[in-house]
Design a protein around this ligand. Structure first.
Ligand SMILES: Cc1cc2nc3c(=O)[nH]c(=O)nc-3n(C[C@H](O)[C@H](O)[C@H](O)COP(=O)(O)O)c2cc1C
Length: 395
């Protein structure tokens, strides 16, 4: 007998699939048949598994609130391995699933937020790009045509409301000053100067003005809200930053953590420059251009900090939006410093979590930003946007 409980962190869905019946085809009849395939999705593993109607029945017969004794059948062993039930089995993989189940149960994760997060934790994804910085305009156009051939054209770039009550043209404005210069310069950079490095002063300025703490508010005993240069849902600031330094003057390449309270870098792992670049490449799913950046900044969220206050279905979006705000501030400070910068959501978050030794659910990686001395070389990787003036330019 095995002592088991169904996990609450489980979803089911059904998909109707059409296929050609081979026996009918042999008789000369080509009729599409439809079969329904049931799937069980385990939030604990982030995997979906095809199941039968009798699997579903067997699963639903196991309660999720109480532990029960069940006969140790191969079906039960599959359920446990796939994270559809948890058991008291001490084997490390099963114990880990039970730990995650209990952790999720005891935390403020919304079921839908946890489902999305779990199913989108990329591991070892490689976008398999050919490593080059120059391609002909013709090739770029051919690739675009292929995408259009497959998916059609995208929705139009400008959006007008049919049937608006009135349309009033606004005055054209031209603002000046440092903020507006930084906004005008902001762009994504994917080609960095070979052999360059980032100065310590720029690194410190960047960390302090993007991720640093500029104020605090004690709301209650042990409840402190922080003030950064970007807003944050509830003032909780759950986003942590782990600099992956590739080439920074006076700093060993490696993985660091930015201690916001101390404005200090904590060294977590020493790397040689080649290892640091390889890790940058792997973390960003083989987007080869990012490994030439001087520094990458792995953004994680301490979900349990935001979910302490917000336990609803929008809470996960709040955390993602926090990271997005920091990214824009990062771009602007880099623009002001004359550094090239990027943001990428195509990230092997599960690999980053494993490397940082975080579990992905109380704290987990979300995205990566990075910067460096930009190359002067023109490249298709840094497409040039043409200037646009409303009502004057045709685009
Ligand atoms: C949510 C988000 C995800 C992005 N992911 C990637 C990415 O995976 N790789 C990349 O090269 N750029 C990425 N970018 C940068 C965009 O490609 C870039 O902002 C866009 O091409 C417009 O260029 P600009 O930033 O110079 O205006 C991302 C930007 C955002 C906001």
């Amino acid at each position: 007998m095995a002592r088991v409980r169904r996990t609450r962190f489980l979803f089911f869905y059904a998909e109707d699939r059409g296929f050609l019946d081979v026996s009918e085809l042999l008789r000369g009849e080509a009729r599409a048949k439809t079969v329904q395939q049931l799937y069980a999705i385990s939030i604990l593993t982030g995997q979906e598994h095809p199941i039968t109607a009798s699997d579903l029945e067997a699963l639903l017969a196991i309660p999720c609130e109480d532990w029960v004794d069940c006969a140790e059948t191969p079906q039960l062993a599959d359920f446990a391995r796939d994270g559809l039930i948890v058991s008291e089995d001490g084997r490390p993989e099963l114990a880990e699933l039970r730990r995650r189940d209990e952790q999720l149960d005891g935390s403020g994760w919304s079921l839908y937020g946890a489902l999305y997060h779990s199913m989108s934790r990329w591991r070892d994804i490689d976008v398999e790009l050919e490593e080059r910085t120059q391609v002909s305009d013709q090739l770029v156009a051919e690739v675009a045509e292929k995408v259009i051939a497959r998916f059609g054209r995208p929705p139009p770039h400008f959006h007008a409301i049919d049937g608006a009550l009135d349309v009033r043209e606004l005055p054209l404005v031209d603002a000046d000053g440092g903020l507006y210069r930084a906004l005008a310069r902001r762009r994504t950079t994917r080609v960095f100067a070979p052999g360059s490095s980032l100065g310590e002063h720029d690194l410190a300025q960047l960390l302090y003005y993007v991720f640093g703490c500029h104020g605090y508010l004690e709301v209650a005993d042990g409840v402190v809200g922080l003030h950064r240069t970007s807003p944050s849902g509830g003032g909780l600031h759950p986003i942590e930053v782990y600099p992956l330094l590739v080439s920074v003057d006076g700093y060993e390449p490696g993985i660091y953590h930015y201690h916001v309270g101390q404005h200090a870098l904590e060294l977590l792992e020493r790397l040689d420059p080649a290892q640091a670049a390889a890790l940058a490449d792997h973390f960003t799913c083989g987007q080869f251009y990012f490994k030439s950046a001087n520094a990458l900044f792995l953004l994680t969220a301490r979900f349990d900090r935001t979910f302490w206050k917000y336990r609803h279905e929008r809470a996960y979006a709040v955390v993602l939006l926090d990271a997005a705000h920091l990214s824009q501030t990062f771009y602007l400070v880099c623009a002001d410093l004359g550094l090239g910068s990027f943001f990428t959501a195509a990230v092997n978050v599960a690999n980053i979590d494993a490397r940082l030794g975080i579990d992905g659910f109380s704290e987990g990686a979300l995205a990566v930003v990075g910067c460096g001395v930009p190359s002067r070389e023109e490249s298709f990787l840094n497409p040039e946007f043409l200037p646009y003036v409303p009502r004057e330019t045709q685009a």
